[in-house]
Design a protein around this ligand. Structure first.
Ligand SMILES: Cc1cc2c(cc1C)[n+](S(=O)(=O)[O-])c1c(=O)[nH]c(=O)nc-1n2C[C@H](O)[C@H](O)[C@H](O)COP(=O)(O)O
Length: 495
């Protein structure tokens, strides 16, 4: 194939003829423009130019090979001839320079003593778009903060004079053995935080014998993440169901063929939530027209909306038998939020449920998973169903004690999201391993202190959950309290 020059490519910079460069190769994306889930605007911004930097964090490396017809692959580019327009270069404004200075002053990973240390360092050192995407919750982020706060309403009832010389943290989840009762949950766009993306989590999970859930919206391709697993490492698949069920069937059956051990169907996101920190970040212009008819979509929906227009809002209970017909993997409903649906899940023959509000990123004022757990376990026991389904929770889990409380209340295991993202974004694989080890140390110590030696010892007698549902001090609604009594011009109004 002929090598193209930058000058030739720069001529194709319109809707009528749109060529982009990715990793030194040129692609004609003119016909693809209307189909791009992230809208046309972001591609047109890089029409006739090198789009690699923008492309990488959002798209698995095999995206163009998979979705762009071969005749649109135009061949190699003489990159020396490609002009980098100084205006286009990410301006090293003083904020970015200050951020780089903070990265240089970051403490060594050994100075991280708990999961929240990683969050504090990430907030100071991550690129603002990555921090915005990872940290954001829906609307006023009340549920985001309540997820962690809810654990403070549960108190322990420790046993004494128990021989706790030997502690065993191992367990099984969905028939898979695990060194601990927690797993790495599915979180999208790993390359926003670390250029290697989700494979960093894969390597750390292998080193600590922790199960990893592979996200549908990963930055790495599914096969890259599976190829990165070692030995008999266990991975699960998290699925956003596509409006085109044929695409979904292919994804599920490919995952099973590649050795995934469970299918976690996300049921709390018929549409991705409104995450305002994410919306304020640079995705504003690109979030633009995720639908063709631009007039119907609010332009500033952030990365979340830009990558999720394929999700099927019509997904319903009637789809469960179809899933059971296309795979032998255990099926988990990820995002159940009330006892009635837990009972329904048992009656549909689902293998497990995850009580979750998506890390507070979907419906604000959805209850924390740990609170729903109390309601669900009571209902399952009333129906005699408590041994018919495994129950998991996630959201706001930051301490070994949070995990122990959930297990004592009947959870089989818990998912952890942001802490591992923050650890990966700041310290890479070493950071994630450190985070997992800190949790293991906390778990072992706290098991000893409550008088338990193995996971199967843990039951409701160890906890007092009497005030779990009392929402006396709801997390503060910062925005409205500022806006309501704000006496000075809002900060966002440029003076
Ligand atoms: C933090 C985070 C969470 C995401 C996530 C991305 C991020 C950055 N994404 S999202 O872009 O669509 O919202 C996913 C996702 O791909 N699929 C999913 O099922 N859950 C997604 N979740 C929810 C996640 O699986 C857990 O439910 C949540 O992270 C648990 O809360 P903590 O972060 O507090 O541990």
């Amino acid at each position: 194939m002929v090598t193209l020059t930058g000058a030739e490519i720069s001529k194709h910079n319109t809707k009528e003829s749109c060529w982009v460069i990715v990793h030194g190769k040129a692609y004609d994306v003119t016909e693809f423009l209307p189909e791009h889930p992230g809208g046309q605007k972001i591609i047109l911004k890089y029409a006739g130019k090198d789009a690699t930097k923008e492309f990488d964090p959002i798209h698995p490396s095999d995206t163009l090979d998979k979705y762009l017809p071969a005749d649109k692959h135009l061949g190699g580019v003489d990159m020396a001839s490609v002009k980098t327009d100084p205006q286009e270069e990410e301006l090293m404004d003083e904020l970015e320079l200050a951020r780089i200075e903070r990265v240089k002053r970051m403490p060594p990973v050994s100075q991280c003593y708990n999961l929240l240390d990683f969050e504090d360092i990430a907030r100071q050192t991550m690129k603002k778009t990555a921090w915005a995407y990872y940290s954001s919750g829906a609307d006023d982020e009340i549920t985001l903060r309540e997820n962690h706060a809810a654990f403070h309403r549960i108190w322990f009832r420790p046993k004494v004079l128990v021989d706790v010389s030997r502690i065993d943290l191992s367990t099984t989840m969905l028939g898979c053995t695990s060194s601990v009762p927690f797993y790495v949950t599915a979180t999208a766009l790993g390359k926003l935080g670390n250029p290697e993306g989700e494979v960093v989590l894969t390597r750390a999970a292998y080193r600590e014998n922790v199960i990893q859930m592979i996200p549908t919206l990963a930055s790495c391709s599914f096969d890259e993440i599976v190829d990165a697993k070692q030995g008999d490492q266990i991975q699960w698949l998290q699925l956003y169901v596509n409006q085109d069920r044929e695409i979904t069937r292919k994804i599920v059956q490919h995952a099973e063929k590649r050795g995934c051990r469970a299918l976690w169907i996300t049921v709390d996101a018929p549409q991705l939530g409104r995450r305002e920190k994410d919306m304020r970040s640079k995705y504003d212009e690109q979030a633009a027209n995720v639908q063709d008819n631009e007039s119907t979509v609010d332009r500033s929906q952030g990365a979340a909306r830009a990558i999720s227009s394929f999700i099927d809002p019509a997904l319903s209970w009637k789809d469960i038998p179809w899933f059971q017909s296309i795979t032998k993997m255990p099926i988990v409903l990820k995002g159940v939020q009330r006892a009635e649906d837990a009972i329904k899940a048992v009656e549909y023959g689902v293998d497990a449920i995850l009580l979750s509000n998506h890390g507070g990123r979907q419906l604000d004022f959805a209850r924390p998973g740990i609170e729903v757990l109390a309601e669900v376990m009571t209902a399952l026991r009333q129906h005699g169903y408590e041994h018919k389904i495994e129950v998991y929770i996630d959201g706001g889990i930051r301490r070994g004690t949070d995990i122990l409380k959930a297990i004592c209340m009947g959870a089989k295991g818990v998912g952890i999201g942001r802490p591992f993202l923050y650890a990966m974004s700041t310290y890479g694989e070493t950071g994630v391993v450190r985070a997992m080890q800190l949790l293991k140390d906390e778990l072992a110590m706290n098991m000893r202190l409550i008088g338990a030696t193995k996971i199967s010892d843990l039951d409701e007698s160890f906890v007092d959950v009497g005030s779990i549902a009392t929402h006396t001090n709801v997390p503060r609604d910062h925005l409205s309290s500022q806006a309501y009594d704000r006496l000075v011009t809002p900060p966002f109004v440029k003076s």
